[in-house]
Design a protein around this ligand. Structure first.
Ligand SMILES: CC(C)(COP(=O)(O)OP(=O)(O)OC[C@H]1O[C@@H](n2cnc3c(N)ncnc32)[C@H](O)[C@@H]1OP(=O)(O)O)[C@@H](O)C(=O)NCCC(=O)NCCS
Length: 182
């Protein structure tokens, strides 16, 4: 830790990130692509609760995606700002060794190739670090950007789960993407 990637680094969340997290995450355009456990509106209290919960995890499974801060003096210590989040939820029982991966970026950071680089690096880290043989992601049918990111990182669409989700008042299909190691 941290996990470097082209364009930034992935590191554990810190209590001091709460304000920046709430500012980035309080966005309906992000929320509509995620599970409802991701709050909307997203308040500083939500950020504090999230950071407290994930910093207690052992091993740590949810991380901040950070990019270099703009406008820093080149001679000063390099500093980063939070751009989003990435993490895994491990399976239980016979599904230990299999985990779901999730990720998001603040809208200002979309479309720069950032999540493709971050997911590639985090996937490479996660398989050996968490002892996984499989990682999967669930993507709502209206999210082609996420499908593309997964495909660029070597995940394969295994199934379309018809009418599996109710999001934002709409019944939707989800696409199941997965990557496995033999
Ligand atoms: C999904 C998300 C993480 C993508 O991050 P990103 O850094 O913008 O993604 P990248 O720039 O690395 O790659 C996006 C790819 O999708 C493509 N894309 C974007 N919008 C698209 C659209 N409407 N249709 C088809 N392709 C699209 C881009 O062209 C790019 O592919 P390319 O490199 O082949 O041109 C970001 O949009 C996000 O945080 N969304 C909200 C939360 C979310 O959806 N999380 C994932 C839940 S499964």
């Amino acid at each position: 830790m941290p996990i470097p990637f082209a364009g930034g680094e992935i590191r554990p969340w810190k209590a001091a990130d709460a304000e920046a997290l709430a500012l980035l995450a309080d966005n309906r355009a992000i929320w509509r692509n995620l599970v409802d456990a991701f709050p909307h509106p997203y308040k500083k209290k939500d950020a504090r609760i999230w950071i407290k919960a994930v910093t207690l995890q052992l091993p740590c499974r949810h991380f901040a995606v950070c990019v270099p801060a703009q406008g820093r003096d080149a001679k000063s210590k390099p500093a980063t700002v939070i751009a989003g989040g990435i993490g895994i939820t491990p399976g239980q029982d016979i599904r230990a060794g299999s985990a779901e991966i999730g990720y998001w970026l603040g809208e200002a950071y979309w479309g720069r190739g950032l999540m493709t680089s971050a997911l590639e690096a985090f996937t490479a880290y996660a398989f050996p670090h968490f002892g996984l043989r499989r990682l999967h992601a669930m993507v709502l049918e209206w999210n082609p950007a996420s499908m593309r990111v997964l495909e660029k990182c070597g995940y394969v669409c295994e199934a379309v789960l018809k009418r599996s989700a109710l999001k934002d008042g709409v019944v939707a299909d989800e696409l199941l993407y997965a990557k496995v190691v033999e």
